[in-house]
Design a protein around this ligand. Structure first.
Ligand SMILES: [Zn+2]
Length: 412
C-alpha cells in the first residue's frame, strides 16, 4: 500500500484516549493529571508500555521527557518528531495535550502494522509539564530541550507544597539518564485541540496555525488612601479600586483600537484591605497582552501606561507598573505549514488558517527546527475545563493529517 493511502485506526485512537481519560478522571468528565503526580506517572507507564508493544526504542531524559523512536531506512538522518503532553490542568479536559501524544502513538502503530519503513526515523514524544499549573513556568521541559531554560533552575522549581521538580521526577522514577539537550530534527509536528471557538463556529475541521502570538505580562500596583467609608465624603477620596476599574475598561477596549490579532486581559486582582467598610487603599492587578505583532503589543502597552497614569492621577492615586514577562511571537516553518494545509485538503477536510493564542511545546520547538501544528475543533471553544470536548471524527481527522505530514517529511 502506498504511504499516502495509509489511514489511522480511528476506533483504536478513541480507545487509547478513553483509556488515558480514566487516569485522573474527575466526576464531571474531565481529568486531573498534574505534572509529576501519581496520575502523571500512571499515564507515563501506560504510554511506555504502548511504545514497548510496537517495538520503539524508548529514551527518558533527565527532565522526564519520554521519546519513542522507530528506526528509518537510513537511521543516521535527522528524525521526524511529533508529540505533545500527557499532563493536564487541575480539573482539566480529556483532549488537551493527550490528543497529540495518542495521535503520535496511533501514527506509529499504523506504520508498524503496515510494515512501512520510512526513510528517516520517526519519534513520538511526551514533554514533561507543559501546563505549568503545578510547577511554573509552563512548557518547562521543551524549554530546557530547546536550550531556552536552564536545567538546574527548572529542577529547583517548587510546587505550593515545596516539592521540587527534580525530587518529584525521582519519586515517580522518571528522571532519566539521557541529557535533556536538543538534537537536530527534520520536522516537529504537534496535533492539538484549538482551545478556542473559531473552527467550531465556522464549521471547519483542520486549523492550520502559522504560529503563536507574543505574550507580554505586566503587574500594576495602585495606591490610594484607605479610610472609613461612612464619615469620608465622596469628594476627595483616593479609591484605588475605582481607579483600577477604569483601567480595566481601558484594557478591555484596547484590542479593538489597536487591531493586529490582539487580545488583552486583566485576569488577576488583589484588593486591600478588601473590607466592605474601608475605602480600598491598595490594588494589584495583572495585564496580559498578546498579538501577532510584537511592536504593536509594545505600542499598546505605551498607550495603556499613559492612560493608567492619567486615570490614577485623576483619582489622587499613585501607580507603579512592572514588566513581568515578554515572549516574542513565534512563526512556524512555512514549508511545514503548507504541508499541513495540503495534507488536510488531500484528505478532503475543510481548513482554516489561524494563529495560536496559547503557547505550546511547539513554541519552543519552533526555535530549534522546522515546526508546525495541526488544530482540531474544540466544541464550544471550551478548554482547560472538564467539559472540554472534541468529536472522535475530528480526532481521527487530525491524526490522519499528522500521519500524512509525518510520512511526507520522513521521506524528504
Ligand atoms: Zn496543551
Amino acid at each position: 500500500m502506498a504511504v499516502s493511502e495509509l489511514r489511522v485506526n480511528g476506533s483504536r485512537l478513541r480507545e487509547s484516549l478513553e483509556r488515558m481519560a480514566q487516569i485522573g478522571a474527575t466526576p464531571a468528565g474531565g481529568v486531573q493529571r498534574l505534572a509529576l503526580s501519581d496520575e502523571d506517572k500512571q499515564a507515563r507507564d501506560l504510554l511506555v508500555s504502548w511504545f514497548d508493544e510496537i517495538g520503539l526504542q524508548i529514551t527518558v531524559d533527565e527532565m522526564g521527557n519520554i521519546f519513542g523512536r522507530r528506526s528509518g531506512r537510513d537511521d543516521g538522518l535527522w528524525p521526524v518528531l511529533m508529540g505533545s503532553h500527557v499532563d493536564s490542568q487541575p480539573r482539566g479536559g480529556r483532549f488537551d495535550g493527550i490528543l497529540g501524544v495518542m495521535g503520535a502513538l496511533e501514527v506509529l502503530r499504523t506504520l508498524a502494522e503496515h510494515g512501512v519503513k520510512t526513510r528517516r526515523p520517526v519519534v513520538a514524544v511526551d514533554w514533561t509539564n507543559e501546563e505549568g499549573s503545578r510547577f511554573s513556568p509552563a512548557m518547562m521541559a521543551s524549554g530546557v530541550w530547546a536550550g531556552k531554560l536552564d536545567r538546574d533552575w527548572v529542577w529547583a522549581r517548587t510546587d505550593t507544597a515545596g516539592k521540587a521538580v527534580r525530587e518529584e521526577l525521582e519519586r515517580i522514577a522518571y528522571r532519566g539518564d539521557a541529557p535533556c539537550a536538543g538534537r537536530p530534527f527534520a520536522a516537529y509536528y504537534e496535533l492539538h485541540i484549538e482551545q478556542g471557538p473559531r473552527l467550531d463556529r465556522e464549521g471547519r475541521t483542520i486549523g492550520v496555525p502559522i504560529g503563536v502570538l507574543c505574550v507580554h505580562w505586566y503587574d500594576v500596583y495602585v495606591d490610594g488612601l484607605a479610610n472609613q467609608v461612612g464619615p469620608t465624603p465622596m469628594e476627595g477620596r483616593a479609591d484605588a479600586l475605582v481607579a483600577t476599574a477604569e483601567m480595566i475598561l481601558r484594557v478591555r477596549e484596547l484590542p479593538s483600537r489597536m487591531g493586529g490579532n490582539m487580545v488583552a486581559t486583566v485576569g488577576e486582582i488583589q484588593n486591600e484591605p478588601n473590607s466592605r467598610n474601608i475605602i480600598p487603599g491598595h490594588v494589584h492587578f495583572t495585564v496580559d497582552i498578546r498579538s501577532w505583532d510584537d511592536e504593536l503589543a509594545l505600542l499598546a502597552w505605551e498607550d495603556l501606561k499613559a492612560g493608567f497614569a492619567s486615570v490614577a492621577s485623576s483619582h489622587g492615586c499613585a501607580i507603579r507598573m512592572e514588566e513581568t514577562l515578554r515572549v516574542q511571537h513565534v512563526e512556524f516553518d512555512t514549508h511545514l505549514v503548507d504541508r499541513v494545509q495540503s495534507c488536510a485538503e488531500a484528505l478532503g477536510h475543510s481548513t482554516l488558517p489561524m494563529v495560536s493564542g496559547a503557547g505550546h511545546d511547539a513554541s519552543y520547538m519552533a526555535l530549534s527546527g522546522p515546526t508546525a501544528m495541526i488544530f482540531v475543533p474544540s466544541i464550544g471553544g471550551r478548554s482547560h475545563v472538564e467539559v472540554e470536548n472534541t468529536t472522535w471524527e475530528d480526532c481521527e481527522a487530525g491524526a490522519n493529517v499528522l500521519l500524512l505530514c509525518v510520512a511526507q517529511s520522513a521521506e524528504e
